[in-house]
Design a protein around this ligand. Sequence first.
Ligand code: UT7
Length: 333
Amino acid sequence: MSQLFGVALRGTGSCLPARVVPNDEFTDTLNLDTSDEWIRSRTGIRERRFAGLGETSSSLGTVAARRALESAGLTPDELDLVICATVTPDLMSPATACLIQAALGCRHIPAFDLSAACSGFLFALSVAAQYIRTGTARHALVVGAEVLSRAIDFTDRNSCILFGDGAGAVVLSATPVLTAGLRSIRLYSDGTRQDLIQVPSKVTPNPAPGAPLQPRLEFLRIVGREVFRFAVTRMIELIEQAETDCREMGLAGIDVLIPHQVNQRIIDAAIESCGFPAEKVMVNLDRYGNTSAASVPIALDEALRTGRGKPGDTVLLVAFGGGLTWSSAILTL
Ligand code: UT7
């Protein structure tokens, strides 16, 4: 058998648009029947960032990628693979990853998008990890980038207050130490519950000849209460599975839990049920809201930059979202 490699986290980066949108903007500017108090107490969100004119998933993703490369001490021409997880691509084709590849000035390496909603980053991480483990790639860039402000219905108070824009990126590198870096990863999907979270695309299903045109989905749609229940249940399950994946060190070996930044009440309910210490949980949803595929890599980058996560620490990444999809990864920094 040919040689296998370990998958090390070599660098991280993120990019948040400059425009801060506080909760009050939904009442003061958009005249929505909501309040700062309701949004804070039901979600934990105080403000989020919205992309400005000319900002897209690829432009935010490119800046995050440059920062990740800088922290990795690598140049774009050293990359062997670019994957971008997004449900708000600049275009259906070419892939946002190709736009990022071009902006960075990479060689003619594979660059493609991956769609798994809020789990997208972890799904992309698992694909990149396979390339690296098998020696197909030495250095891989994985980006999660979203401009959800372009997909939300600003008249729907159930959903529009939840989301924000941004991008996060990591560089993964091959290492001869098989047990270094990425220790385990779990991915799940349940397409039978596709109706709970949907994001529109410009390409709609073709109706059969003679059939009435299907109503077009124009905006992101969630069945919030159902997603809430799904998210808590799956997050508990993923943390319990992580206990097994951590083997002898158990959950006590996890230094930082980085969950998908969806709702403070979802995170609190899950960690309380598992008895996981709140002080080990990285949360930044109060400032950025839910940035879907970008949420985990943005929080990971922030944890490293602020010293919440230090070299040698073990982090548990947990995400769940449209598909439905849910996923986790254990990573030693
Ligand atoms: O990452 C995956 C995508 N994320 C999600 O799908 C989010 C998951 N779900 C959630 O975070 C929560 O379910 C929400 C924040 C969306 C809603 O919180 P909730 O505590 O589950 O509220 P609810 O849906 O049970 O609604 C309670 C009430 C309703 O009014 P009535 O029927 O009791 O009169 C809603 O109409 O709160 C009302 N409501 C609001 N009121 C003020 C819903 N949104 C708002 C709002 N402001 N923004």
